[in-house]
Every structure is written in C-alpha cells, then in structure tokens.
Write a protein that binds this ligand. Structure first.
Ligand code: SF4
Length: 362
C-alpha cells in the first residue's frame, strides 16, 4: 500500500539503523514527545535495536495521561448529573479519578456517551434540546481545531445546551518545562508529527535556539522514527542544535493556517495543570470570553475539586523522561491495565501501557 508499506520496509529500517550505528560516537539521550511514537517505538522493538549509546526517553505527549485529576473529577461530577449527557472520546472512560472512573458513573446510571468527534456531541445537543450536553475537550494542538470548530458552530447556530469541559494543552511549553528541570537529561527531541502538521515547526525555533537543543519533527512508522533519530544524532554529533523537519510529507514550516486560525478565534493561551507534572505556565488553551457561555466549568459553577492521586504512582517522573515505566515499583504488580493506578497505564498512548503490552524484558 503506497505511503504506508514503504515506511515499514525492513530493508530501509536496517539501512537507517546501520547509518545510526556508523554516526554515533558517544552517548545521547533523545526524547520522543508523543505517546503514539512511544508505542510505535516499543511495539516495533526500535529501542532494543538502537546502539546502547542512544537512550530514548518518553515524553508527556499523551493527552489522556496529562489530563489533570481535577478535570477528571469535574467530568465525573458532570456525568453524574441527571440533566447532563456527558460525551467523551472512549479512552477517557477508564482513566482513574480519585476513587472511580467514567465507566463506573455510567454503570451507576450516568448518561455517558462515547463520540468520535466534538461535532458528534454537538449533534447530540441538537437532538436533545431539553438536556445539557457536555463534551470532554482534552488533547494537544491536534484536537484543538475540531473542539474550537464545535464551539464556533454552536455559537453560530445559537445552540444553548452545549458546552465543553476544557483540558487543552500545548507541546512547546511542556518541552520548555522539561529543559528547565534540574534533573533534565534530554539532549534532543523528536517532535510529534501530527502536532506539527497543525502548528508547523516554526513554533520550535525559539526553543531550539534558547536551549541549544536539536528538534526534529518526526512521523510514526518505523522508518519515519529511525529517520528522525538519525537526523537528531547527526545534529547532536555535529553540534548543530537546529530544527530540521524529518516529516516533510506531512509537516510544513507554518502548518495548517486555517486550523491555527480557528484555534485562535475560539481559544486563548492560559496556564494549565498537567497530571503528575503540575502547573506549566501558558501551556494550555481556554475559551475566550466571547465563548464563555460554552465553558462547562462556568455553566455548572464548578469550583475547586479535592483530589487524591495514588501515592504509588510515579507517572510524573515517567512523563518528564526522568524514569522509565519498568522503574516504577508498582509496574506489573499493583499496577496493570486491568487495575491501573495511573493514567499512563490506561491510555492507548501511555508509556506504562506500552511497556506492559510490548516490552520484551518482562
Ligand atoms: S506503572 Fe502504574 S503506578 Fe507506576 S507510574 Fe505507571 S501508571 Fe503509575
């Protein structure tokens, strides 16, 4: 199949691995930001095939993992309300709150519905004018355009029973926070190709210049990932801390200007909490005042929620590349996909789930 098979070609992968082996002369630590890339790396055994001198650490780019516990508690509260139809992507339903998840709320009678798009949620609002329909708007820059479009459309049509619970985050501020950590070991980044498809790679230029770190937008197939790693190693070996696009078939310098325009119209930059990580300044998107009527937090007067994270869960260290999942004492013991203690074990993009499902050292 054109455009997929060639990026899974074992011969090309071996050639790239050989090129990486020839080029590397000293240890390097590289972070892949995106949980989708983490899964592809572990599933395809790329971490095992690389020279020992290259360590891949896993980043915070899993939307389910970083949605703060307080937002999960708000979702649980809203989903429990009789008048509310709570809509969400399916992977949020098993994310543990302090003591329960959305599946449990549904089993207790809450009207929790899985949708594939916020526009589906908007249609549910049109079809149920006597109910309040809330969409759980989580994710990175990739989900922001559709979420913004749903709100914009609701405003245009005057749909008064639709709102979104916003937990929208952005990648570059998280990279900045990681680079500023005293414990940081990351020397180069693979940037997430789908985020760059929306936002372009120009957003990384100031970050690369300030911290003297190479950043390489990279895709998700094995050949994409190996090409991205090779480019990052070349930049590191040559002391060239630059942004170089390794995913040219999808990513441009400026990204998708129409999508960026839609995001800017509806959202503004705000501080956001990241689960396990804490507050990262200017790392999120919140609804602009013109759209405040569609903000579920305001509509339902949700104030501070008390939360309690499992004391055993080390996901904050894992999301910041300080620890690997199998370094967590609870990994595979108290914490499994059937009985997760943290979101990184639940999510289809979570690093703990990737290690549990695919890692050959288990
Ligand atoms: S293995 Fe479980 S407890 Fe440990 S960091 Fe991952 S999700 Fe948290």
């Amino acid at each position: 199949m054109k455009y997929i098979d060639e990026y899974r070609n074992p011969r090309l992968a071996r050639t790239l691995l050989e090129a990486i082996r020839r080029r590397v002369s000293r240890p390097w630590t590289i972070m892949e930001i995106c949980g989708g890339q983490t899964h592809s790396i572990i599933r395809n055994g790329i971490d095992q095939l690389l020279p020992d001198t290259i360590e891949l650490v896993h980043g915070p780019g899993c939307p389910v993992c970083v949605t703060p516990l307080e937002s999960i508690e708000r979702a649980l509260l809203l989903a429990s309300k009789k008048e509310v139809i709570f809509t969400s992507f399916g992977d949020m339903l098993r994310v543990p709150g302090s003591s329960r998840d959305l599946f449990m709320v549904r089993s207790e009678g809450g009207d929790v519905r899985v949708v594939f798009s916020p526009l589906d949620a908007l249609q549910i609002a049109r079809d149920n004018p006597s109910r309040e329909v809330v969409f759980f708007a989580v994710g990175f820059e990739t989900t922001a355009p559709a979420n913004a479009m749903a709100v914009h459309q609701a405003a245009r049509e005057g749909i008064g029973n639709f709102s979104i619970l916003v937990s929208q985050v952005m990648v570059p501020p998280a990279m900045r926070a990681i680079l500023r950590m005293p414990a940081n070991r990351v020397q180069g980044f693979l940037a997430a190709g789908h985020v760059c498809a929306v936002m372009g790679y120009e957003q990384y230029l100031p970050l690369s210049a300030e911290f003297h770190v190479p950043i390489v937008p990279t895709g998700f197939e094995p050949v994409d990932l190996l090409a991205g790693i090779l480019k990052t190693v070349e930049l590191l070996e040559d002391s060239q801390p630059e942004v170089v696009n390794s995913y040219g078939r999808v990513v441009s310098r400026e990204g998708n200007l129409a999508a960026r325009g839609t995001i800017d119209k509806v959202f503004e930059v705000v501080d956001r909490q990241w689960r396990g990580v804490g507050l990262i300044p200017e790392s999120g998107l919140g609804l602009r005042s013109e759209y405040a009527g569609f903000d579920a937090e305001k509509r339902f007067h949700l104030s501070h929620m008390s939360t309690e994270e499992s004391p055993l869960c080390m996901s904050g260290s894992i999301l910041q590349g300080v620890m690997k999942p199998d370094g967590c004492p609870a990994f595979g013991a108290e914490c499994t996909p059937q009985h997760p203690l943290g979101a990184t074990m639940v999510s289809s993009e979570g690093a703990c789930a990737a290690y549990y499902n695919y890692h050959r050292n288990l």
